[in-house]
Design a protein around this ligand. Structure first.
Ligand SMILES: NC(=O)c1ccc[n+]([C@@H]2O[C@H](COP(=O)([O-])OP(=O)(O)OC[C@H]3O[C@@H](n4cnc5c(N)ncnc54)[C@H](OP(=O)(O)O)[C@@H]3O)[C@@H](O)[C@H]2O)c1
Length: 315
């Protein structure tokens, strides 16, 4: 089968399409024939040598596909079922072994790219807005607003009754894109001011942007820390602003509050069916995975970047 693997630590160009033996479903696993596989931000770190993973290596991420084989001990799934979820490695391939506990059923009628938005990006975005206790009438600022998570967070904030949605982005092209998604105001990170303060900020950038995010809050405002990139907050700013800061880690939320994650997922399927959530994705065939990773590295993606296995040229 075809599989994209990294053969060095020199960024996206290290990704190459190889022919490898098909994997098997191990105990507790499903073997999934991939429809779409998403590129996620942590992939860049791996490609640039973080953790020095043994080579050749294939990163992980989010996927939607169909069960090809059911591993020992797995209950509740049959060959042919449609599923979506995440894997920690070996994603960019025709067949991927996944832990059954990390996938959930995907309705037949939903397009694969839309389903992917419920499986990960939308789930993160909704969990972040809920962690920030979004209420009708709140003003909300979303950073990395044009990305896989961010472009859904903008739409969800709007759908859940935010009175004003401010999108913070890194380029003029992204500014135009998020305006099209319904953002009322758009700011660039480097702008001296980010407009009128807001009730809630969801920050998916971290680093220097995290402090700017805290400074964008009204008194008693809430900040959700959603970026894996870390950052430092000035306690004085939080103290004077009487701000609340909430961290979000989906892996922890899934472990500690699976009920919440399940209810978020159900809400997302309904919003998708209503047309309140319109995922945007740029698709690449498997063999162009390196190009897709280049787009991510250049911070140029508008919405989600995904590998669409149906785009493969016929053999
Ligand atoms: N809390 C959780 O459990 C959880 C789970 C999943 C994802 N996340 C977070 O959600 C965010 C979005 O993830 P995603 O995978 O959907 O990515 P994405 O938003 O599709 O793409 C990344 C975006 O982040 C911004 N960015 C910030 N630093 C960057 C960098 N060093 N290189 C490239 N882009 C950078 C860019 O937008 P700008 O140019 O506008 O800055 C870029 O478009 C990430 O911060 C990730 O850590 C959190």
């Amino acid at each position: 089968m075809r599989k994209v693997r990294m053969h060095g630590y020199d960024g996206p160009s290290a990704l190459r399409l190889d022919e490898v033996p098909a994997p098997l479903a191990g105990p507790g696993e499903l073997l999934v024939r991939v429809e779409v596989a998403g590129l996620t931000l942590p992939v860049l770190k791996v490609l640039n040598g973080f953790g020095r993973v043994p080579l050749p290596h294939t990163p992980g991420g989010d996927l939607v596909g169909r069960v090809e084989a059911v591993g020992q001990g797995v209950k509740g799934y049959r060959v042919g079922d449609r599923v979506g979820g995440v894997v920690f490695q070996d994603l960019y391939a025709e067949l991927v072994p996944v832990q059954a506990a990390l996938v959930t059923p995907v309705p037949e009628e939903i397009a694969a790219a839309d389903a992917l938005a419920v499986v990960r990006g939308g789930l993160v975005a909704l969990a972040a807005l809920r962690a920030g206790r979004l209420e009708r009438g709140d003003s909300v600022l979303i950073t990395a607003a044009a990305g896989g998570v961010g472009h859904l967070a903008v739409q969800l904030a709007r759908a859940l009754g935010a009175s004003r949605v401010v999108a913070a982005v890194g380029s003029a092209a992204k500014a135009e894109f998020v305006r099209g998604l319904g953002a009322d105001e758009v700011v660039r990170y480097q702008d001296a001011a980010w407009g009128e303060p807001v009730d809630l900020v969801v920050d998916s950038v971290g680093g220097q942007v995290l402090q700017r995010a805290a400074e964008a809050l009204v008194p008693f405002g809430r900040l959700v820390v959603n970026s894996g990139a870390g950052g430092t907050l000035d306690a004085g700013v939080l103290l004077r602003g009487m701000h609340t800061v909430t961290g979000l880690a989906m892996a922890q939320l899934s472990r500690l509050r699976p009920d919440l994650v399940e209810s978020h997922r159900a809400e997302l399927w309904a919003l998708l069916a209503d047309g309140a959530l319109r995922p945007v994705a740029e698709r690449f065939p498997l063999e162009r995975a390196a190009e897709a990773a280049e787009v991510l590295a250049a911070r140029a993606n508008l919405g989600k970047l995904l590998l669409d296995l149906s785009l493969e040229p016929a053999a």
